[in-house]
Design a protein around this ligand. Sequence first.
Ligand SMILES: *[C@@H]1O[C@H](CO)[C@@H](O)[C@H](O)[C@H]1NC(C)=O
Ligand SMILES: *[C@@H]1O[C@H](CO)[C@@H](O)[C@H](O)[C@H]1NC(C)=O
Ligand SMILES: *[C@@H]1O[C@H](CO)[C@@H](O)[C@H](O)[C@H]1NC(C)=O
Ligand SMILES: *[C@@H]1O[C@H](CO)[C@@H](O)[C@H](O)[C@H]1NC(C)=O
Ligand SMILES: *[C@@H]1O[C@H](CO)[C@@H](O)[C@H](O)[C@H]1NC(C)=O
Ligand SMILES: *[C@@H]1O[C@H](CO)[C@@H](O)[C@H](O)[C@H]1NC(C)=O
Ligand SMILES: *[C@@H]1O[C@H](CO)[C@@H](O)[C@H](O)[C@H]1NC(C)=O
Length: 662
Amino acid sequence: MVRVSLAALATAAALPLVSAVDISVKAAGGNATSPHQYGFLHEDINNSGDGGLYAELIRNRAFQSSSIFNSTLEGWTPVNGAALSLKDLDEPLSKALRTSMNVDVGSSSTKGDGQVGFFNDGYWGMDVKIKPYTGSFWVKGDYEGSFTASLQSKLTGEVFGSTEIRAKTSPSEWVEHEFKLTPTKDAPNSNNTFSLTFDAAGVKDGSLDFNLISLFPPTYKDRKNGLRIDLAEAIEGFHPTLLRIPGGNMLEGNNSNAWWDWKNTLGPLKNRPGFSGVWGYQQSNGLGLMEYLWLAEDMDLEIVLGVYDGLSLNGDIIPKDKLQPFVDDALDQIEFVSGAASTKWGAVRAELGHPAPFKLQYVEVGNEDWLAGGDEGWDTFKEYRFPMLLEAINKKYPHITVISSGSVFDGYDIPAPGAGDYHIYGTPDSLVEQFNLFDNVTIPHIIGEAAAVHPNGGLGWDAGLLEYPWWSGTIGEAVSMIGYERNADRIIGAAYAPIIRSLDRWQWAAVMIQFAADPAKTTLSTSWYLWEPPHDPHPPRVVLIQPLVLRHRQERGQGHLPFKGAVFNATTDDVPVSLTFEGLRPGTEAELTILTGPEDPYGFNDPFTGVNVVQTVKEKLVADDEGRFEFSMPDLSIAVLETKSSKCLKKQKRDMKQGLRH
Ligand SMILES: *[C@@H]1O[C@H](CO)[C@@H](O)[C@H](O)[C@H]1NC(C)=O
Ligand SMILES: *[C@@H]1O[C@H](CO)[C@@H](O)[C@H](O)[C@H]1NC(C)=O
Ligand SMILES: *[C@@H]1O[C@H](CO)[C@@H](O)[C@H](O)[C@H]1NC(C)=O
Ligand SMILES: *[C@@H]1O[C@H](CO)[C@@H](O)[C@H](O)[C@H]1NC(C)=O
Ligand SMILES: *[C@@H]1O[C@H](CO)[C@@H](O)[C@H](O)[C@H]1NC(C)=O
Ligand SMILES: *[C@@H]1O[C@H](CO)[C@@H](O)[C@H](O)[C@H]1NC(C)=O
Ligand SMILES: *[C@@H]1O[C@H](CO)[C@@H](O)[C@H](O)[C@H]1NC(C)=O
């Protein structure tokens, strides 16, 4: 889909826009085009994975620890005088999950109804609705009786649903118990807990040990260990085509012993040790490589696969003579994703339910290697880390485009056939200035992270990050995106980052979608509306090669012509636009969508009021006798126009004729 910009006028020349803007799209000349992708970066930053996109409702379900975080009982509260403690048993649940929770019934068997146990209050609450929840837990110990799993209000104690699970425990081994639980009533808010209780009188040795206590609501596309439906659908709703995994900083890890090791994220949950992350909390590894790949498949996304390249956030750098194992590991990771089921790692993937290889065209080496580790980080990247990975990957997988985690603008003359990655977290003005940025860059690039985050004239990175995407920031993003797309022959795609944010734990500015435990709080930002118009699944057919000289390729069978424009700082209230596509037949119909924002350019979509400040107006236009579409755009607006394909028009005519005959 094409993005042609009126912004070109406003910025390149800063001309007062007093007369009509004439845009004429030529049928010949211009640069070759290729598909341009729109997508996003997701990483588990401040519970946007665990407690966010990953649908697990139980916080700290397996008492995981790492070199950075000790196991804790966070999230867990005893019921009826039980005593909870952490134990590293001689026979742990698994090598990966060594710590479990001991529940000592103490003298509680004499109290009340004898039901003891614990509850979990989730990630700032739990959404409880009449729908089928799926749960499981592991127990070790000698118990005769049943367990009661229930969902209740933390505020009033009201029980919305519960189920009994017949115990099949053993004192000598861990036994998994699975259950289904469908509440009979919707909870009025998300201040709810999940509890598991049992009859103290049935416990032989005074206590039971528990681990991996898990509860899932129905998930996106019904995947086991899957994603939260409303959040996945909010992401799907802006029609992404590209997914950069597994995040940025998270891939690097805090140090060279704590990077995001994809091998720890595979298979049964009991084999996943967890990960210290880089954002100050222990992560479960529940949202692993395979889960990201299912997400890509379910949303039909092109994958940009990040591989660890020996640089971590604390500046640890793997020296040249020690890098080979990491290169081999990256090759294994690529084989896991895209190798035939007959290969070593392809077979592992097949065993996990996906015998067919995933399509993999793009592999990115590291993340922002120009940043961590100072000069040495960037120098070693250029000197041996990128070249070694580029060579090894292309030797085995010549069709894969290997992307450097820095761009030519970071001072790297990226060796062929590599590509670059450019990140911009900017002001509206700096994004508008991006419009021409890639015009003369011959090396292909991805815009791996992009968003407006500071106001114009703000104080920069350390202060003045805005809390939510705001309208003039969104327009800045629109202009930069149009600029990237007009160079679609070299710009592989652009990804918004970060994509979702918990309202209960955050600090980062401007994220596309806000959420809380309560799905009613899920809020689509102004930028979501910019990215939302469906992107042409076919290669774009119109590309701006100089301001106002355009080209379109008429491809057989894919008739419709797209146009996109943005107006930024016009000097008139309304900019009249006159648009022609060379060769377009008079009478051709088009749909025009105009997005406008609030009067205050700093207006944003506030999750606490739920008001959407973006207005979307759709209009049918018909090309006049000269094949021209006439419309006007207010200042700070975005327009998307798509013509109906001529093929479609012919069919309509045929249908009409047939209709007349009958
Ligand atoms: C794009 O077109 C311009 C003008 O015709 C030409 O100078 C330039 O080399 C082309 N770029 C590519 C990558 O083909
Ligand atoms: C983890 O536990 C050990 C042993 O009790 C203690 O020395 C250490 O300070 C703890 N670390 C953290 C990060 O709490
Ligand atoms: C209920 O949960 C919401 C969302 O987490 C929270 O803001 C609110 O303070 C809670 N209310 C009470 C009474 O705890
Ligand atoms: C890991 O990195 C995060 C973010 O930079 C920081 O908050 C945390 O303190 C680090 N932990 C350690 C142990 O270095
Ligand atoms: C657009 O107008 C605003 C408000 O007058 C100003 O701060 C900003 O610098 C202008 N940006 C550009 C790119 O002209
Ligand atoms: C690209 O190159 C042309 C021709 O040298 C030059 O006029 C133009 O300013 C350059 N554009 C950018 C953004 O550097
Ligand atoms: C994550 O959330 C915590 C608590 O709200 C905050 O202190 C921290 O700065 C946040 N980090 C990021 C990267 O947003």
